[in-house]
Design a protein around this ligand. Structure first.
Ligand code: UDP
Length: 313
């Protein structure tokens, strides 16, 4: 295969940086773009001397100027943790709207295949469980999470419009909860919070009753699914996530057990509009991409705990 060039926006973030590694392994040239508001240079430090890797510090809500040809654009730039998008509400709206518009315009100019990182948040607080791609969702547009949910819904609409009107070759991946090494200790999401609390034997903060559910996908499964999607011809949105649904209280207890922690669970207020259930229906990914997650929760948690032990102090 001819050497391909890939632009990954948000490439210094958690999922973005793992995608940089994967595309380098596949022999591609990778241009990683990030403004580092939630991404970290440490996530890509090991690639900075690789001649096939280039880092550009840039905010994608501003015009993107790339001189070379591009085969793929993977648009991953966005705050993605509820804590982050509450802290950066306007930036979150802008990167999902203006940033997606710029990235799509660039894809059209370069005749590149464009992949949008969308999210299970497009389903909001779902009234259907598990969620198939055909479900339109139950989103509060004006709630605090609306900045992320609506930005991503707009981004999907914009992607489909560029596909239909400008004939850009597009993909949309709806990413469900994902975890693994390179999540930030203070990212605010359940798994990094629980692991860092457990490793310090501090109370594990479960929000609400802990009966709300999520389904957690290990990072290597996630990037494998994304890679298969970009190489498919599927222009409709595809869910990628792990369908093993569990309660947050169950997750907290699992983290305590496998990390050997002395932490106790404490209960804190449930954030506004926190979805009560979330689980992907992955029938489409299984059938069309021949993809299914392989890493079981305990195995993925062990690898993530090892990362937090070594990288987080
Ligand atoms: N959560 C929790 N304790 C924490 C952080 C999160 O109980 O310290 C809960 C949160 O209320 C939600 C679930 O864990 O029900 C997953 O939250 P996360 O922020 O990881 O992502 P979300 O799925 O809400 O986007």
């Amino acid at each position: 295969m001819r050497e391909k060039t890939v632009l990954i926006t948000g490439g210094a973030g958690f999922i973005g940086s793992h995608l940089c590694d994967l595309f380098l392994e596949k022999g591609c040239k990778v241009i990683c773009m990030d403004n580092l508001i939630t991404g970290k240079i440490e996530n890509i430090a090991h690639n900075l001397k690789n001649k096939n890797f280039e880092f550009l510090e840039h905010n994608v809500t501003k015009y993107i100027d790339i001189k070379c040809g591009l085969d793929y654009i993977l648009h991953f730039a966005s705050p993605a943790s509820p804590a982050d998008y509450l802290k950066y509400p306007i930036q979150t709206l802008k990167v999902g709207s203006l940033g997606t518009h710029n990235a799509l315009g660039l894809a059209m100019k370069k005749k590149a295949t464009f992949l949008l990182a969308s999210t299970s948040e497009v389903y909001g607080d779902p009234l259907v469980n598990p969620q198939p791609e055909s479900y339109w969702g139950n989103v509060n547009p004006i709630g605090p999470r609306g900045v992320y949910d609506e930005a991503k819904r707009f981004a999907e609409a914009m992607t489909m419009a560029y596909h239909r009107y400008h004939k850009v070759d597009t993909r949309i991946v709806r990413i469900f909860n994902t975890y693994g090494p390179r999540m930030r200790e203070h990212d605010g999401r359940a798994i990094p919070n629980f692991i860092s609390q457990a490793l310090k034997n501090r109370p594990i903060t479960v929000y609400g009753t802990g009966r709300q559910t999520r389904s957690f996908c290990y990072i290597s499964d996630m990037v494998d699914g994304i890679y298969k999607l970009i190489n498919s011809g599927i222009t409709e949105p595809v869910n990628i996530g792990n369908p093993h649904e569990m309660t947050l209280l169950g997750l907290a207890r699992t983290v305590i057990r496998i990390s050997g922690s002395k932490s106790k669970v404490i209960f804190k207020e449930l954030p506004v509009d926190d979805p009560k259930v979330r689980c992907p229906d992955i029938s489409m990914a299984k059938k069309a991409l021949k993809w299914a997650p392989k890493v079981a929760l305990e195995s993925g948690l062990n690898r993530t705990i090892a990362y937090f032990r070594s990288a987080v102090r």
